[in-house]
Design a protein around this ligand. Sequence first.
Ligand code: NAP
Length: 259
Amino acid sequence: MEGHKNLIGKTAIVTGSARGIGAGIAIDLGKRGANVVVNYTSRRGEVAAAAVSQRIGAGGSKVAAVQANVAVMSDLQKLVDAALAISENAKIDIVVHNAATGDDCYLEDMTERFYEDQTDANLKAPIFLTKLVLPYIAQGGRIVMITSVSARMGIPQQTVYAATKAALEGICKVWATELGKKHGITVNCVSPGPVATDMWTECEPEVVADFQPAINATPAEARVGEVSDIVPIVAFLCSEESRWVTGSVVGASGGMSFI
Ligand SMILES: NC(=O)c1ccc[n+]([C@@H]2O[C@H](COP(=O)([O-])OP(=O)(O)OC[C@H]3O[C@@H](n4cnc5c(N)ncnc54)[C@H](OP(=O)(O)O)[C@@H]3O)[C@@H](O)[C@H]2O)c1
């Protein structure tokens, strides 16, 4: 499916798409012909988002780079407004909930602030962004949430991270039934194992060490994933061909964690 222009005229929002997996997804959806909202939150992301947007625009798709902290409710509307501004039919076809914080914390050190910051970005944001998009969601629309093998691996320091990712996998099944026929959409999760991005390299060293035996035992190949391992799986779930897949969690971990 690489390079196949199967999303011409579609409009996509990819949260957290300046760097890492989100950037790879945004560039790929753009290559496929979709108009794309690229989202970042930090100064670091601003420069990276400009480069991602440049690549998407150079391929002929419309693109909007939007500074929005998805953890802040009032920022979410910016993403919807930007999508409608680049949409050719006032519809939004694809939402990829990718932005997340991966901070690690032992339970002994847990604060309410840590809990709230991580749940706001990883869990509250997908819920309320989806709510804002619903009035504009196109028939044949696609919602994809990027979760993690951490939802079920039991790695120390991942109390909140694991909880938010497992929660999204539960929500995906609720939305598949609640929104599926009503809006003519599918809702799925893609669950990566460790992927070579800034989030992984900035993990606490103990977390990397705790993952190492599982990396060595990964059935497909003993290595961490690359962004290019994840992107085509998301692309499939954004395509028309995935119409009979909904409420699913699709593993993207080389089999590190079976689902
Ligand atoms: N990397 C892994 O090992 C791994 C494994 C399993 C699952 N995942 C999941 O894959 C997704 C992407 O991870 P990644 O590794 O690509 O992360 P990353 O390299 O840290 O990049 C994260 C991107 O999300 C953006 N972002 C973070 N918080 C945001 C917020 N509050 N509002 C808006 N944008 C925000 C960042 O924006 P700025 O550029 O502005 O900072 C950045 O562009 C996440 O859902 C993560 O949980 C990753």
